[in-house]
Design a protein around this ligand. Sequence first.
Ligand code: ATP
Length: 193
Amino acid sequence: MIKVGLTGGIGTGKSTAVTIFKALDIPVFDSDSEAKKFLLDSEVKKNLMAYFGEEIFFNGEVNRKALAAIVFTNNSALSFLNSLIHPLVRQAIELWFDRHQSHPYAVLEAAVLFEYGFYKQVDKIITVRAPFEERIKRVMIRDGITKEEVVHRMNNQLKDNEVVVRSDFVLHNAEHDLLLPQILQIHQELSSI
Ligand code: ATP
């Protein structure tokens, strides 16, 4: 089984690509939503309470919006959060790949594959790309946020060209590109290794 990382900046179309891989019966690990699950872990909550205090809690659970508002503007808070969550996510990824050995390949979706070292856990890397202005428009519509907020989030991610040179496959997802044939070609290649 080949371990494949799927990455790309905000709004490039990773989730759209994931829908296609799943339709091809390829298992996909969504690292974002798996990471969020660890916010329910009692040991993690204890550490968050000690660092951030009551202000990020509501009814005994982490208020993700309040937490996000802090870590998006405070790098040391973000590093602290990552130091709690990332080791747990790394371990979950290992176990998940082990459980999917019977497939030709399995996909780890991570926007921050390079930034946080998850690339070390995969054999091949696919990057999704789309033009900057299109990505901004898509995310403004999808998330109901301003252009400035989208650009701020983009600035926390690696530049497209840095990611592309470290990738084995690049999916182009501009307005008139078709993802399906590009993914079918990659699927065929990965299934025949
Ligand atoms: P994030 O990192 O923020 O989760 P993502 O890379 O997963 O983003 P998607 O959620 O797949 O990106 O796409 C962003 C938005 O753009 C979605 O609303 C999606 O429906 C839309 N979109 C994706 N691809 C295209 C396309 N080729 N043309 C038009 N809209 C698209």
